[in-house]
Design a protein around this ligand. Structure first.
Ligand code: FAD
Length: 533
């Protein structure tokens, strides 16, 4: 995959639709529009998924907490949101089977009267999913809970409830969306920033963009411009109208990762009640344990990190439920992201805001899509493209096709197996499983590009992935590889730092880096990994 070729297209062609932002929302829109036959451009100022979309809790869900809020407030909008998200959950599990899976979630309960409450709530969740889940939710006796979840604090445990939701690899799904959009004809490039918007006769018709790696600037013209910049949506809206009223109330959420020995289960743990009336998850993820998340007011101008207070909050809640206490020194990785929540001027508490999306058109004609969740990116994309087709009279557009359109890697998955990868490339079962999960049917092609030696001990990531990332997945920096093509920097900061010199050695010939660039990559990447993502 050649970024240069995509840049040339972005410089030479005129487009039906220009999408600003390469997170889940922007890449979902580019794919939807390209699959309808439209001429599509997408620009992302950093890497695909480098914003919020690589920093989620990795759940594809309707959200049991949102359902509880819907019931308590008799809020029909929230109710529909949960039901829509559960429909999307089924679609994502179908179109990206390698990157998604079902995840059982256990809620331990210590008060007898909580059991019928949570049981009934999950039966409602099942009903809204309309039988899509392979197994219904159920009550778990205290005896079964102690046997099946021995790491849950047993004192006073009355039992619990178990249900299924979806889990996924968010950054790899984001890259898969970008690559699938490109395969359908979109010109999508990372490290290209919109720095200004130009109008003709009062309508936004072009964007001034800058190649953040090469330095050149030019204009991209399109019949419709979509602002899909998540937490930064208001900043882009102000490029068009300096006085635009803010749409968003941004909050930040932190996660941390510890060894899987703290929670060695295939099921996740849902901590049903926190000090601030939220929930916290303890989840198995990529051979580790992920704990999240927090909710604090934030500003899109400041990159969020998981500070000591957030880590303390998460450990305090997790440790109330776990038999093996997690200390701050056990944390192997942490990160934080910004939630692009649609604001309600009447509410100061972002936890109470609905995770709905809105589509607004400015008087200059730019379309902004804001809010929503990862789980609903496909529906958000469909609604946005429908809106753009109507408003900009994009008459060549066909119908939306994304509910059945498989993402890159889904093809050939059925013919691949860990045994095949093991016998052909001498891979151990853990590495073979990892490659199938990350690349699906393309795992063989990945291994054909380079060595199957492990990048760093204790992690299943292999060297060929680095080469593949540069050649086929538009990775431009060592951090793109360590954070978003492989997820090493998200699960183990020390391992990511240890792998960094080899990653740079493998990337340098692929990306034509001289000594100065290699030194810069080493310094800057180490700094980012050191302070937390
Ligand atoms: P982003 O991913 O932030 O993408 C916006 C992009 O725009 C960025 O990459 C940015 O670089 C780019 N950009 C900005 N300005 C410009 C410019 N001028 N030019 C070019 N590009 C620009 N949802 C779920 O469904 N399940 C979960 O478990 C879940 N957990 C979450 C946990 C946390 C802590 C948070 C914060 C969110 C969570 N979400 C979850 C929500 C979900 O992650 C977000 O709704 C989703 O990722 C938003 O995607 P986006 O594309 O709108 O924004």
């Amino acid at each position: 995959m050649e970024r240069e070729r995509l840049l040339q297209r972005l410089k030479a062609e005129r487009f039906d639709l220009l999408v600003i932002g390469g997170g889940a929302t922007g890449c979902g829109i580019a794919l939807d529009a390209a699959a309808r036959g439209l001429q599509v451009a997408l620009v992302e100022r950093e890497d695909f998924g480098s914003g919020t979309s690589s920093r989620s809790t990795k759940l594809i869900h309707g959200g049991v907490r949102y359902l509880e809020m819907a019931v308590k407030r008799l809020d029909r909008v929230q109710f529909h949101l949960v039901s829509d998200a559960l429909r999307e959950r089924s679609i994502l599990l179908r179109i990206a089977p390698h990157l998604t899976s079902w995840l059982p979630l256990f809620t331990p309960l210590y008060r007898a009267w909580d059991i019928p409450y949570y049981w009934a709530g999950l039966k409602l969740y099942d009903a809204l999913a309309r039988g899509a889940s392979p197994a219904p939710s159920r009550y778990v006796s205290s005896r079964e809970a102690r046997t099946r979840f021995p790491r849950v604090r047993p004192n006073g445990l009355r039992g619990g409830v178990l249900y299924l939701d979806g889990q996924f690899d968010d950054a790899r799904m984001n890259v898969a969306l970008a690559l699938t959009a490109i395969a359908h004809g979109a010109a999508a490039a990372n490290y290209v920033e919109v720095v200004g918007l130009a109008q003709r006769d009062g309508r936004a018709v072009s964007a001034e963009v800058r190649d953040c790696l090469g330095g050149s600037t030019w204009e991209i013209e399109a019949r419709a411009i979509v602002n899909a910049t998540g937490p930064w949506s208001d900043q882009v809206r102000r490029m068009e109208q300096a006085g635009a009223r803010p749409l968003l109330q941004v909050s930040s959420g932190a996660h941390l990762v510890v060894d899987q020995t703290f929670w060695p289960s295939k099921a996740g743990l849902l901590i049903p009640r926190t000090e601030d009336g939220r929930v916290v998850f303890v989840l198995p993820w990529l051979g580790h344990t992920l704990i999240g998340t927090t909710e604090e007011q934030a500003s899109p101008d400041l990159a969020p990190t998981a500070g000591a207070e957030a880590i303390d909050y998460l450990l305090r809640h997790a440790n109330q439920y776990l038999t093996h206490q997690v200390r701050p020194t056990d944390v192997k990785a942490s990160w934080a992201g910004l939630r692009p929540l649609v604001g309600d001027p009447g509410k100061s508490d972002t936890a109470g805001l609905a995770r709905d999306h809105v589509i607004v058109e400015s008087s200059g004609g730019m379309i902004t899509i804001a809010g929503g969740k990862w789980t609903t990116y496909r529906k958000m994309a469909q609604d946005t493209v429908d809106f753009a087709v109507r408003r900009a009279a994009l008459e060549t557009a066909g119908p939306c096709r994304t509910s059945f359109l498989e993402l890159t890697g889904a093809e050939g998955l059925a013919q691949s197996s860990a045994d095949l990868l093991g016998s052909r490339f001498g891979l151990d079962p853990a590495a073979a499983k990892h490659l199938l999960r990350a690349y699906g049917g393309r795992a063989v092609q990945v291994l054909e590009q380079g060595s199957s030696a492990r990048l760093t001990p204790g992690h299943p990531v292999v060297e060929a992935e680095v080469v593949w990332a540069a050649r086929q997945e538009l990775a431009q920096t060592a951090l793109d590889v360590l954070a978003r093509r492989t997820r090493l920097a998200f699960v183990d900061h020390a391992a990511a730092r240890a792998a960094l010199p080899r990653v740079i050695e493998l990337l340098a010939p692929e990306l034509g880096w001289d000594k100065a660039r290699r030194d810069r990559e080493m310094r800057e990447t180490a700094e980012v990994v050191e302070r937390g993502l």
